[in-house]
Write a protein that binds this ligand. Structure first.
Ligand SMILES: C[S@@+](CC[C@H](N)C(=O)[O-])C[C@H]1O[C@@H](n2cnc3c(N)ncnc32)[C@H](O)[C@@H]1O
Length: 200
């Protein structure tokens, strides 16, 4: 799905995934050590703003300039600042880091991008740094409660285990959970959830 597609969606008056962070990120965020955090496909910034509120310097990357403008507005309304980067993850690099945390919440990118991006994330995490990811899995196609319809945008735990070399999985599971995060992610959904850290 292109940046133009997301720009149109994010121009709607309401925040389409809401202003509150993703449930899994909220629960797991205390595991991220102090320091800079990178958000992949962060859209309108609900998760970035939450982490900034915990004291992390946050960089949020997304292909949608409209989404990131809304993210900065949300940050300002909460009295925090975030750094935003408009870029396509197909060719953007997470930079040298080291990042104390990297998060990817419902950032559904094609397998060709995942194969390059996720190993790179593992490289640029700081020792002790934590990666937090939640994504719909291919099983979600049967639920119809949100997420992309293209199977290649959906990933499994087995794939992620192969794409994050050197990280230790503290949480790695596929499950069905009730997701109430805006009108587009609404109802029982099949997800993969990962918390993985880089050994010191
Ligand atoms: C379902 S939304 C999730 C937004 C946000 N993470 C959240 O949880 O509210 C997916 C986001 O991934 C972004 N995205 C998808 N493919 C991308 C790419 N190739 N480069 C940059 N951003 C991308 C979209 O622009 C969109 O903002």
């Amino acid at each position: 799905m292109s940046g133009g597609f997301w720009d149109e969606r994010y121009a709607e008056p309401e925040l389409i995934y809401g202003a509150e962070p993703n449930d899994f990120l909220r629960e797991m965020a205390p595991r991220i050590p102090p320091g800079p955090v990178l958000g992949l496909g962060e859209g309108q910034g609900r998760n970035a703003v939450f982490l900034a509120g915990l004291g992390h310097p946050v960089t949020a990357v997304d292909q949608s300039a409209v989404g990131l403008a809304r993210a900065r507005d949300l940050a300002a309304s909460r009295g925090v600042a975030i750094h935003t980067v408009t870029a396509d993850l197909a060719d953007d690099d997470p930079g040298p880091g080291p990042w104390s945390g990297i998060f990817s919440i419902f950032c559904h990118v094609p397998s060709s991008i995942r194969r390059r991006l996720y190993p790179r994330c593992a490289e640029v995490l700081a020792p002790g740094g934590v990666l937090i990811l939640e994504s719909y899995t291919p099983d979600q196609l049967a639920y119809g409660t949100g997420g992309p319809k293209e199977p290649d945008l959906l990933c499994t735990l087995a794939e992620l285990e192969g794409l994050l070399p050197g990280l230790v999985f503290d949480v790695g599971r596929e499950c069905v959970r009730e997701i109430l995060e805006g009108a587009l992610h609404h109802g029982a959904g099949a997800v993969v959830q990962v918390v993985a850290h880089k050994p010191v």
